[in-house]
Design a protein around this ligand. Structure first.
Ligand code: 5GP
Ligand code: ZN
Length: 115
């Protein structure tokens, strides 16, 4: 999508360090980290939110995203103690960038429930 910040990062129009990259997904550091480690795993293709992924693409999109999560979490040493994944999907969840992404949070104790 032409006016989407994560699409622009995906294509390289906006430079960002990609911690991990595959055909279907990539991982960057969140610009406003909420934990010592705060990454975003992002599908290369533009889907605004969870319900916008066609069923026929769901397995490949989520497979690519979860591979990206595991590789980035392991590279950051999060696999030893664990980490939290968050998807804000839609307005009520507080989604601010309408290009689906998974937050990866770790490196500190994480309270539950979230706000
Ligand atoms: P959401 O609120 O949609 O679940 O999460 C969007 C996240 O993207 C926020 O945590 C925000 O800090 C992050 N973000 C917004 N713009 C940029 C950007 O240009 N670069 C990076 N690396 N992160 C961004
Ligand atoms: Zn996009």
């Amino acid at each position: 999508m032409s006016n989407c910040i994560f699409c622009k990062i995906a294509t390289g129009e906006i430079p960002a360090e990609k911690i991990y990259e595959s055909d279907g997904a990539f991982v960057i550091r969140d610009i406003n980290p909420q934990a010592p480690v705060h990454f975003l795993a992002i599908p290369t293709r533009h889907y605004p939110a969870v319900h916008d992924i066609p069923q026929s693409e769901m397995a490949s999109v989520m497979g690519a995203l979860m591979d990206a999560v595991r590789e980035a979490a392991k590279a950051a040493g999060l696999d030893a103690n664990g980490y939290r994944l968050i998807v804000n999907s839609g307005d009520i969840a507080g989604q601010t960038v309408p290009h689906l992404h998974i937050h990866i949070l770790g490196g500190r104790d994480l309270a539950w429930p979230p706000g």
